[in-house]
Design a protein around this ligand. Structure first.
Ligand SMILES: *Cc1c(COP(=O)(O)O)cnc(C)c1O
Length: 394
């Protein structure tokens, strides 16, 4: 089945609940067993890494099972588990594989809060972290140490949009017995299939395009067959969980994800190109634009692009005019996160979060999420706000 069809018919069979098209929301903590034998049978099943039974609310309900199965199928992984946020998915996938004395490699364009976790909790646990250049390919091999157990990728990078050579990095990790965890949030399971490229564990902030409507936070961890038992063990041991109502919102969001992404992709590229031709703009960082680092890798490995990219302005504008440009955008909300139906803008300076990155720009930078609005309205809004960059209008 094509991914677009899996979104509509995957995992859940309406016959399960008398023909109801969507799985109901099951809110549960206690699940009562018929008798001791029933309890013992389910206990035996749950003691196997592949066991999935109604056992206790924290370990899932039919609502979460349906979503997990659909996501595993879409990604091409073995099984998935849900957690309460995208950040929890990133940190848990790392924690599942490391112990004191290990060394991990993390791309230097990684999502800021993931880096913060590595710099605080991981280091406190005695894990050494090396941030590698996100544009590294096979040359990442030189950074492995005998105790390197994990490589973390996020492609393209948050804010700076370097596309990573996933197959080349995975080949190096495999040779040395290290596991590869990839944050695949930007591409969604529709535009990049991590397991086809050698990744062991894929994580998503389902908060973004999977939920798709800015009304829930959730994370997904999907593992291949070899990594599955380790992930499941950690998630269960740590008591991680996502609520059934949020799982329902994510299932509902998934139904339209392909059609939403088609538009985010198309309008994102069009507006990126429009911005690239503006005199105020120094550089647009969008994987589908030829001068973005890793563009050729994107063209080789990705089936599309989502609506998130960055823009760097010429270094000639003052902080005041930049602020007045941002404040005069009316259709682009100023806020964190992305992946919902609405357009957003977020100013950033990667030099704060990423001291080891090379950022050759002096101009102000902002990240943009292109929502589902009419493209002409978004361009008119941008055009109007850009006038405020020029001091005489501010
Ligand atoms: C937003 C985001 C996360 C974290 O997701 P939350 O649900 O907000 O915790 C992780 N990785 C990437 C790439 C993100 O953009």
């Amino acid at each position: 089945m094509h991914s677009e069809t899996v979104l509509l018919h995957g995992a859940y069979d309406p016959e399960t609940f008398g023909g109801v098209v969507n799985p109901p929301v099951f809110r549960a903590s206690t699940i009562v067993f018929r008798d001791m034998e029933d309890m013992e049978t389910r206990a035996r099943a749950m003691s196997s890494p592949d066991g999935q039974e109604l056992w206790y609310g924290r370990k899932g309900t039919p609502t979460t099972f349906a979503l997990q199965e659909m996501l595993a199928q879409l990604e091409g992984g073995y099984r998935s588990l849900l957690v309460s946020s995208g950040l929890a998915a990133c940190t848990s996938a790392i924690m599942a594989f490391v112990k004191s004395g290990d060394h991990v490699l993390i791309c230097n364009s990684v999502y800021g809060p993931t880096r913060h976790f590595a710099d605080t909790v991981l280091r406190r646990c005695g894990v050494t972290v090396t941030y590698y250049d996100s544009t590294a390919g096979s040359d990442i091999g030189a950074l492995f140490r005998p105790n390197t157990t994990l490589v973390f990728l996020e492609s393209p990078g948050s804010q700076t949009f370097e596309v990573q050579d996933v197959p080349a990095i995975c080949a190096q990790a495999r040779k040395r017995g290290a596991k590869v965890v990839m944050d695949n949030t930007w591409a969604t399971p529709l535009f990049f299939k991590p397991f086809e490229h050698g990744v062991d564990v894929s994580v998503h902030a389902a908060t973004k395009y999977i939920v798709g409507h800015s009304d829930a936070t959730m994370g997904v961890i999907t593992a291949n067959r070899e990594a599955w038992a380790t992930i499941r063990e950690y998630v269960y041991a740590a008591g991680l969980h996502a609520g059934p109502d949020d799982a329902y919102l994510a299932l509902r969001g998934l139904r339209t994800m392909a059609i939403r992404l088609e538009r985010h992709f198309r309008h994102g590229v069009d507006i990126a190109n429009w911005l690239a031709n503006r005199p105020e703009v120094e550089r647009v960082l969008h994987p589908a634009l030829p001068d973005t680092p890793g563009h050729l890798i994107w063209a080789r490995d990705y089936k599309g692009a989502s609506g998130l990219f960055s823009v760097v302005l010429k270094p000639t504008f003052s902080r005041d005019t930049f602020r007045s440009f941002i404040d005069n955008l009316h259709l682009f909300g100023l806020g964190f996160s992305w992946g919902g139906f609405e357009s957003l803008v977020m100013p950033f300076d990667p030099r704060h979060e990423r001291p080891d990155g090379n950022w050759p720009y002096d101009g102000f930078a902002f990240r943009r999420h292109i929502g589902l609005e009419a493209k002409e309205d978004l361009i008119a809004d941008l055009e109007n706000a850009l006038r405020f960059l020029h001091a005489q209008y501010s």
